[in-house]
Design a protein around this ligand. Structure first.
Ligand code: PNS
Length: 160
């Protein structure tokens, strides 16, 4: 059977323990997993694209079938270039579902051959988001246990 490449797209500003949990789970299911960081950042990102990529590379270093890359433009076009058959997204709570459903159906409209697969992170991370990590970090709170140690170090270096 043909090997299956999955793309895990996102902003990853920064990668959290929830993302990493999902990456580890998916690396056991798919032959190849490409973690794809969106080039076009939010208006006020905490980390530059190169920093987000570097941190991801550090935290997935133990997973030989996982690559880290960047993309811009339409996700379906990028997936086609990577010969991926699967788009992977994490769903934490019901509140994620509506946005994810819209994106998945739009992507299916654009590229019917590409399947979106939803996976659940460990329930311990069901409240965790990069947005909240950024907010807590900017306000001086501890993000220990929310992000991998390498990310925590960088956050501390950045926000003091
Ligand atoms: O981690 P995020 O910010 O929720 O990820 C959102 C992402 C990167 C998956 C989404 O914004 C995206 O796919 N952007 C690329 C542009 C695109 O293809 N848009 C149409 C998708 S319906």
């Amino acid at each position: 059977m043909a090997k299956i490449t999955a793309i895990y797209p996102g902003s990853f500003d920064p990668v959290t323990n929830g993302h990493l949990d999902l990456i580890e789970r998916a690396s056991r299911l798919f032959d190849r997993l490409v973690v794809a960081v969106l080039v076009n950042p939010e208006k006020d990102p905490l980390f530059r694209l190169s920093e987000r990529v570097q941190m991801l590379k550090e935290v997935v270093g133990h997973l030989p079938n996982v690559e880290v890359d960047t993309f811009e433009g339409l996700l379906v076009d990028y997936a086609r270039r990577k010969q991926a058959r699967v788009l992977l997204r994490g769903i934490r709570a019901v509140s994620d579902y509506e946005y994810e459903l819209q994106m998945a159906l739009m992507n299916r409209q654009l590229e019917p051959e590409l399947e979106t697969v939803f996976m659940l992170p460990a329930e311990a991370y069901s409240y965790l988001s990069s947005r909240l990590v950024r907010e807590v970090a900017r306000l001086g709170g501890s993000v220990k246990n929310l992000v991998p140690p390498a990310v925590e170090e960088r956050i501390r270096a950045k926000v003091g």
